[in-house]
Design a protein around this ligand. Structure first.
Ligand SMILES: C[S@@+](CC[C@H](N)C(=O)[O-])C[C@H]1O[C@@H](n2cnc3c(N)ncnc32)[C@H](O)[C@@H]1O
Length: 362
């Protein structure tokens, strides 16, 4: 039995290291579950912002109040809240902030992506007594599951730059009775793992691609892992196989130009190419010993309105806000209609193909 060097308190410690500005990456890209800017804007659409100041001046609630509506299509027609919105798109509406969407849909995302996390932990060999580190922990996947597997004789340390996400992960861990997880607010490139001693394994679910310098993050993780220890990462495959990103963006392309995807810049598809994965892992001193592809949903809903709300807040906010209100509503209708076409047994799912790769110290 090996004692975990610094854990063991009754609740997870969310220890800041004073080294990160608390910013999540990405600006305008659809980054799935929790990428996107670390901003908290209640009504981010252009028309919504105008509406919000009007409403404040007039004393009407900021969240849309009696005038507000959800400008998304359900079954082809706009669903009105309090009946005050025009189909052609006037009037304010409530658009959820990132944090609101994270909180609203966290349980769904956890459930539909659980298989990916569990498979990663199997491949990393995480079990009772394991000491694992987790890069880009976000709201706690797969760190919380890893901590549960590790139990009282092991533990997990995560690193995540967004304070809002670290807070959410800590709340979730506490709710689930996990006390052997610590999350540093910081960047994987520079976090000082030696504070916690050495680790048996490392995980990074949908995180490396958004990092400023993933090679530095991989090198830093390698310095903290025992010889022969594994690092398991989930990385999105090519855009044409990743619908959650590509489908809403393709609809948006009818209304505006879209930024090119730069495979060398932080973003969803930075590691969509196997050669790039091999190259960057090798540069950091890791050798791949296993690669598999998994098709996974990342979101599931009973209404297309919910899918629109999710996609809009978690990646397309800026690109949509630059459009007129009418164009935004047209995109929402198009995308919602496309999502309706995917409904199966009452449920709409969207996801993509992810690679799960395992590497060991070269
Ligand atoms: C798509 S989320 C994945 C979160 C979680 N692992 C999951 O699977 O749900 C990507 C995460 O990477 C984090 N991130 C971005 N740059 C980072 C860095 N340099 N170091 C650590 N995490 C980073 C973001 O803040 C975000 O939470």
């Amino acid at each position: 039995m090996r004692a975990w060097p610094s854990l063991g308190d009754a609740v997870p410690t969310l220890r800041g290291q004073g080294e990160a500005p608390g910013r999540a990456p990405g600006d305008g890209e659809l980054e799935g579950m929790e990428g996107g800017q670390d901003e908290d804007r209640k009504v981010p659409s252009t028309a919504g912002r105008r509406g919000a100041s009007r409403r404040r001046a007039g004393g009407v609630p900021r969240d849309g109040g009696p005038e507000g509506c959800l400008a998304t299509a359900a079954g082809g027609s706009l669903r009105r809240r309090a009946g005050a919105c025009e189909d052609r798109g006037v009037g304010p509406r409530a658009v959820l902030s990132h944090e609101e969407v994270w909180r609203r849909y966290d349980a769904v995302e956890d459930r539909v992506t659980a298989g990916v996390s569990e498979r990663m932990l199997d491949l990393a060999g995480v079990g009772a007594g394991t000491r694992a580190l987790d890069l880009a922990t976000g709201r706690g996947e797969p760190a919380i599951r890893a901590a549960k597997r590790a139990g009282a004789d092991g533990g997990v340390v995560g690193v995540e730059p967004s304070e809002a996400l670290v807070r959410m992960a800590g709340e979730k861990a506490a709710r689930e009775g996990v006390s052997n997880l610590e999350i540093a607010v910081g960047e994987a490139e520079s976090v000082d793992w030696s504070r916690w001693g050495v680790f048996d394994a490392a995980t990074a679910r949908w995180g490396l691609m958004y990092m400023r310098d993933p090679v530095a993050a991989l090198k830093n993780a390698k310095s903290a892992i025992v010889p022969g220890g594994a690092l398991v990462a989930a990385l999105w495959a090519e855009p044409e196989r990743v619908d959650y990103f590509t489908v809403p963006r393709r609809s948006l392309g009818r209304y505006r130009g879209l930024p090119e995807i730069d495979p060398e810049a932080p973003g969803t598809f930075r590691f969509a190419d196997m050669e790039r994965i091999r190259r960057d892992f090798e540069r950091a001193g890791w050798a791949l010993d296993h690669v598999e592809e998994v098709e996974t949903p990342v979101f599931e809903a009973t209404t297309s309105e919910m899918v629109v709300e999710w996609a809009r807040a978690l990646g397309l906010t800026r690109l949509l806000n630059e459009l007129s209100e009418e164009a935004q509503r047209a995109w929402e209708r198009d995308f919602a209609a496309e999502m309706e076409g995917r409904r199966e047994e009452g449920v709409i799912r969207i996801g993509g193909v992810t690679r799960i790769v395992r590497a060991r110290g070269a």
